[in-house]
Ligand binder design. Structure first.
Ligand code: FES
Ligand SMILES: [Fe+2]
Length: 453
């Protein structure tokens, strides 16, 4: 019997079957079918089954400190408002007026007593209740039941180290279950001090003409490109005459695929003081002396004391929380890859720092991120150009039929005595295989239990 096409809320029956989707990302062969980056129907399925169900990072607490503060963002392509309530809890509301669908709030952020639609004037309290309808008496003869027409609210909101996550799916597991092994690394990266983290400045936004998964996968899994793609920019930031070998991170590298959930991270951990000194020089060149000294000494020591297990001095790390939250510890850029169709990403990036860091270090991270990982940053250009050029190649009929290779490190990753997850060598594509395998599972199953057993 032929397998039925997948029933999609948005598309009716699509031309994709579960088996065909799972075949796109073949873990055994270590291959990917490039249509995952270009197919419009797969993209619509992603909006419904991944962005419509997953825990998504929508803001940092520091962006909405006071009652009435709001931050306007997206969950997939759905616009949402993240709003601090009077009792200081956080609500996440669909940014869509219930009358004719106008964007309810058009500001990027601010403080509001009500959200008043600019089309016909329906007004909503900051908790989403519809509280005022112009001409309610003469137009609606007082028959409109306003309590039925409040702003739509997400199913759940949870906080983790200052990051605010939301999901549309009432069946979604708890955020802790969703993060799984990734929680250990988030704790390492974002909880060095009791004071937690803060955001410096605003959100930098720009468009990259490529599929969102190129970016999510690279930050989850790809240390491989860094010594080559970023070599010239790294050397340019170091003293004149620095040799190529000095521009690579030293020490033992680890690469982590979480057991469940499609998250990934990788990092170098310098085992000796000498190796650590070389690593400091790299971060020094990228960010500056105060930031690198703070990161490798004070912050690392603090982390050791807080955790007690003392295993990690993390250098040069990358991370993605599935599907589209990525972070570079030490560089301290945190970003959401907002999908905009199969061929485009809107990148929303912030610089995140320990509140306890010295002011001089914070300022170096602010400036360092502008130079390196931002709309005009040198490393960002390296990455963006790679992704855009692949997307461009995939316009070709023959190119879209040509399988891509994801086999690096296959069979060599395994559980580790210190580090949670499936751990391999730093140069591996284990986390990419995990991300795509989870992607296929989310597209093809309605049951969270089969994703998080
Ligand atoms: S669309 Fe908002 S009031 Fe009409
Ligand atoms: Fe990169």
């Amino acid at each position: 019997m032929t397998e039925p096409f997948i029933e999609s809320e948005m598309l009716g029956a699509t031309r994709w079957t579960s088996a065909a989707i799972c075949d796109l990302v073949d873990e055994n062969k270590g291959s990917i079918d490039p249509r995952i980056y270009t197919d419009e129907q797969l993209y619509q399925l992603e909006l419904e089954r991944i962005f419509g169900r997953a825990w998504l990072c929508v803001a940092h607490e520091a962006q909405i400190p006071n009652a009435g503060d709001f931050f306007s963002t997206y969950m997939g392509e759905d616009p949402v408002l993240v709003v601090r309530q009077v009792d200081m809890s956080v609500k996440v509301l669909l940014n869509q007026c219930r009358h004719r669908g106008m964007k309810l709030c058009r500001a990027d952020l601010g403080n509001a007593k009500v959200f008043s639609c600019s089309y016909h004037g329906w007004s909503y309290a900051i908790n989403g209740d519809l509280i005022r309808v112009p001409r309610e008496e003469e137009g609606y003869k007082n028959k409109l039941i306003k309590s039925d027409w409040g702003a739509i609210e997400v199913a759940a909101v949870e906080l983790y180290h200052g990051l605010i996550f939301a999901t549309w799916d009432p069946q979604a597991p708890s955020l802790k279950t969703y993060l799984g092994d990734a929680a250990y690394y988030l704790d390492t990266f974002l909880s060095r001090h009791d004071g937690g983290t803060e955001i410096i400045g605003g959100v930098t936004k720009w468009v990259v003409k490529a599929n969102w998964k190129f970016a999510a996968e690279q930050f989850a899994s790809d240390m491989y490109h860094a010594p080559l793609s970023h070599l010239s920019a790294t050397l340019a930031a170091m003293p004149e005459g620095t040799s190529v070998s000095k521009a690579e991170w030293k020490g033992t590298g680890y690469h982590v695929r979480t057991h469940q959930g499609g998250h990934g991270t990788g990092f170098f951990s310098a085992p000796t003081e000498a190796a650590q000194m070389e690593n400091i020089q790299i971060l020094f060149g990228w960010m500056g002396e105060d930031a690198s000294k703070y990161y490798y000494t004070q912050a690392a020591e603090n982390l050791r004391q807080r955790r007690g297990d003392a295993p990690l001095v993390i250098n040069g790390a990358h991370m993605t929380i599935f599907p589209n939250l990525s972070f570079l510890p030490a560089i301290q850029t945190l970003r959401v890859w907002q999908p905009r169709g199969p061929n485009e990403i809107e990148v929303w990036a912030v610089t995140i720092v320990d509140k306890a860091a010295p002011q001089a270090a914070k300022e170096q991270w602010r400036l360092g991120n502008i130079r390196t990982f931002s709309a005009g940053g040198v490393f960002e250009q390296d990455d963006g150009e790679n992704w855009v050029m692949i997307q461009d190649v995939l316009r070709g009929y023959r190119a879209r039929k040509t399988a891509l290779n994801t086999s690096m490190g296959q069979g060599f990753a395994k559980p580790h005595e210190h580090y949670p997850g499936i751990v391999g060598d730093v140069f591996s594509e284990e986390a990419a295989r995990g991300l795509y395998s989870h992607w296929a599972k989310m597209l093809t199953t309605d049951k969270w239990a089969t994703l998080y057993d």
